[in-house]
Design a protein around this ligand. Structure first.
Ligand SMILES: [Zn+2]
Length: 490
């Protein structure tokens, strides 16, 4: 973790409260995402806002949370009943629409776990994911679940090398299972597996057949993570024209498109997105819940805030990360330690004025904090001024600038931490008002001291040169605009 990220007191920019108070509960001033809870989008405030589309479900999607099914297939996952209950409750508090569980046909314990979770009385509907086979469906309907997600491989790879069944067999079995599950009063989804490497005519014909007998959802699954957003858009849009039921989508992240594909699927008319916490699942997993929330809050903040308790995101992620013994990645959406950290001087200055300049997501929506990193050679004087003010040290702008130059000079010599920066600011301030000159940063080696003095000399030389230039310009009475122009041409 970087030095400036260890708590709200680090720079006082906690919980999205900007220094000028622009970032209140209603999000960023000038926040440019679409704000609507209906389709098609009536207003386009941003140049990159999605194209309004009558098919789009960007403003009315549902989440099928599969940490307790897909996530159980993650290399490090081993969830006992206690862990499953904790995860299920946390997801329910978050507000996911569905929680999907491992097939009760997988093992006796899986069946007992499924029954136990159904008895928790959660608000989320409970689904279980089973093979498209009557034996599995019979076990599943007895567990108390609200619905079944049935799946069968339809690609030639899976038909030849996995279950060995032809399309006629697949269709007949699907119809039989759907009739049975519906007769038990349960929700039913039929999904192909490896949909993007399946024959399109085969796919559409089976989806059309199951739609006619009243399946609740059909599912498209990019089981191997090969699909691109454009392919997803094409397939979902085509399917939207063939079936009248809901469309669920499931995207693996092997080639890094899981979130983009989920978004494109919604734009093309899909209604449900499968997610898992931190994206855990088979291989490198699926669309992460947090990543999807980041994407969707930019698309329709009102909808996301009205439906999901997104302040719980970090808690859910920490719980799952702990249970599967992984760290939350540094660059994780929303909760990665640097997700809302601003370092470059230009960025820091703008962020201090108005967070919308370099943030499209308001950290406060997720209960997260913004940080301005000011312990580096990239630090600008506005960030140092802001920090000095937090430390209660008043100086003139010229002094803040000189102090910043010294911090940069030391940061050129060695890596400095937040505490070092604070100490330099304090000592610089002290030296201004004292006879005795203290070293800005005690503990520098002789070598570092030498380099620092050289760097300082260079800085002083630069300052003198700038002053001389300014004096010469003033004497020559060259207008500023002309000077800039001359420099640009040169
Ligand atoms: Zn999967």
């Amino acid at each position: 973790m970087c030095a400036s990220c260890n708590g709200e007191t680090a720079n006082g920019q906690a919980n999205g409260t900007s220094s000028n108070g622009t970032n209140g509960t209603n999000g960023h001033d000038g926040f440019s995402a679409i704000r609507t809870s209906q389709n098609p989008h009536p207003s386009h405030k941003a140049p990159y806002a999605p194209v309004g589309d009558f098919l789009s479900n960007v403003s009315r999607f549902k989440i099928i949370e599969s940490t307790l099914r897909e996530g159980e297939q993650f290399a490090n996952a081993y969830f006992d009943l206690e862990a499953k209950i904790k995860i299920a409750r946390a997801l329910d508090e978050f507000g996911v629409d569905y929680i999907e569980l491992t097939s009760p046909a997988a093992s006796e314990q899986s069946r007992r776990d499924c029954e136990a979770i159904c008895k928790l009385g959660l608000k989320a509907k409970i689904l279980t994911h089973v093979r498209c086979h009557l034996d599995d469906a019979k076990i599943a309907v007895e567990t108390g679940v609200d619905g079944l997600d049935v799946v069968i491989g339809t690609s030639s790879y899976l038909r030849e090398h996995s279950h060995g069944k032809d399309m006629t067999y697949i269709k007949n079995t699907a119809l039989e299972v759907i009739e049975f599950v519906k007769s038990k009063g349960k929700e039913i989804r039929f999904s192909s597996e490896d949909s993007f490497r399946s024959d399109l005519v085969d796919l559409l014909s089976i989806y059309s057949a199951v739609d006619k007998v009243g399946v609740h959802r059909v599912g498209i699954a990019d089981t191997v993570g090969c699909a691109s957003p454009r392919q997803v858009y094409d397939l979902v849009r085509t399917l939207r024209g063939v079936v009248s039921c809901d469309i669920e989508t499931h995207f693996h992240n092997d080639s890094g498109c899981a979130i983009a594909n989920a978004y494109c699927a919604l734009e093309a008319g899909a209604t449900h997105i499968d997610t898992s916490v931190l994206g855990i699942g088979e291989r490198n997993g699926i669309t992460p819940l947090g990543g999807l929330m980041a994407r969707m809050i930019v698309a329709d903040r009102d909808y996301v805030l009205s439906k999901y308790n997104i302040k719980k995101l970090k808690e859910v992620e920490d719980l799952v990360a702990d249970l599967v013994e992984v760290n939350v990645p540094f660059n994780n959406y929303i909760t990665g330690f640097c997700a809302f950290t601003h370092k470059a001087g230009i960025h820091a200055k703008a962020i201090l004025n108005n967070p919308s300049t370099y943030e499209i997501i308001d950290p406060k929506d997720f209960g997260m904090s913004r940080y301005v990193h000011f312990a580096s050679r990239l630090t600008g004087w506005n960030a140092i001024k802001s920090r000095a003010e937090q430390l209660g040290l008043k100086m003139s702008d010229a002094q803040y600038k000189e102090c910043t130059a010294k911090i940069k000079a030391i940061a050129d010599v060695r890596k400095i931490a937040l505490d070092d920066t604070d100490s330099i600011i304090r000592t610089y301030h002290h030296n201004l008002h004292s006879e005795e000159e203290k070293p800005l940063l005690p503990g520098l080696t002789a070598e570092e001291e030498k380099k620092f003095l050289e760097a300082e000399k260079e800085l002083n030389g630069l300052k003198e040169k700038r002053q001389l230039d300014a004096a010469a310009d003033a004497e020559a009475e060259i207008p500023d605009a002309k000077k800039t122009k001359t420099v640009t041409v040169a």
